[in-house]
Design a protein. Structure first.
Length: 302
């Protein structure tokens, strides 16, 4: 599999309300309906290329990194909040339509960008369809899964503060990814791809994480106490969730909580066996198949 991300057909630098820059890239078949993708906390959308490469013949594929991630220039720490991600999503949606034209558009979002999409939808944001991958939901008060889900986000917040952030070369980060048990299901080549996508040349030499550890930590902490669970009764009917395997021996809270969504909220949910939280990088073919099945059944682009 060729995991070299192709040059985009267009790049678009969008200024957010507070001046943060989000760089949008356009790929795929421009005559087809549009899908827009973003990523999870601390990662970058080019690292998800094993998944979205499978959509290039079916859609116009527009990708972007969350502020202070991936290709985006670093902006102020006080703007690095989920609230800002939600406001950014509206600006990005409008900016894409203004620059590339209006057409049927679906959002395909993983982890924290999936949380962002739920808040956005509750505030009136409109996608013609939404597919959310393993959103790290923290249930409301009194729910038995609240404590483990919140505890996992707090654990990640503490862990991310101490992760190495400087490297002589991205291959050092790739080796860390390969050694991580939780990432052991990644397909061949994905570690190097994600390491390239999540690092930038440091001003004083070498490489550094594009998203500083303190920024990453702050988002996990905020999500631990997020009110996103309260938006689920208002979730759009054109929403589907694709989640990791709650029966895996190393299953994390997102998998177990997402499995509850059909019974609690009537949300369509598909579990992919033998996957962890980065399921789009572990079983990209299955994720693409689930995405295409839902979009076709929902009439997206018809």
């Amino acid at each position: 599999m060729d995991l070299n991300v192709p040059a985009p057909q267009a790049r678009l630098d969008l200024a957010m309300a507070d001046g943060a820059i989000v760089r949008v890239r356009r790929h795929g078949d421009l005559g087809r309906p549009r899908v827009v993708l973003s990523h999870g906390n601390g990662f970058a959308i080019d690292g998800y290329f094993p998944f979205w490469r499978l959509l290039l013949s079916e859609f116009e594929v527009v990708v972007y990194d969350q502020r202070n991630h991936g290709e985006n220039p670093l902006h102020a720490a006080n703007g690095h909040r989920i609230e800002s991600f939600v406001a950014d999503m509206e600006w990005i949606r409008r900016g894409i339509a203004a620059a590339f034209g209006s057409k049927p558009t679906a959002g395909l979002f993983h982890s924290v960008s999936a949380i962002t999409a739920l808040f956005d939808a509750a505030q009136g944001g409109r996608w013609d369809a939404l597919v959310l991958f393993d959103p790290p939901l923290v249930p409301g008060d009194g729910h038995p899964f609240q404590a483990p889900a919140r505890g996992f986000e707090l654990f990640l917040s503490e862990w991310s503060k101490t992760r190495p952030c400087r490297f002589a070369h991205p291959s050092e980060l790739a080796e860390q990814f390969r050694r991580a048990r939780g990432l052991r299901r990644w397909i061949d080549g994905a570690a190097d791809l994600m390491a390239r996508a999540t690092t930038r040349v440091a001003p004083d030499g070498g490489y550094e994480l594009a998203c500083p550890p303190a920024f990453e930590s702050a988002i996990y902490l905020e999500n631990a106490y997020s009110s996103v669970w309260q938006t689920l009764p208002l979730a759009p009917r054109t929403l589907a969730v694709v989640s990791s395997d709650p029966g895996a021996d190393d299953a994390k809270p997102p998998a177990k909580v997402c499995a509850l969504l059909p019974a609690l909220f009537g949300i369509r949910q598909t579990t992919l066996a033998e996957t962890g939280h980065l399921l789009q990088i572990e079983r990209p073919d299955a994720c693409a198949s689930a995405t295409l099945a839902f979009l076709r059944e929902s009439g997206f682009g018809a």
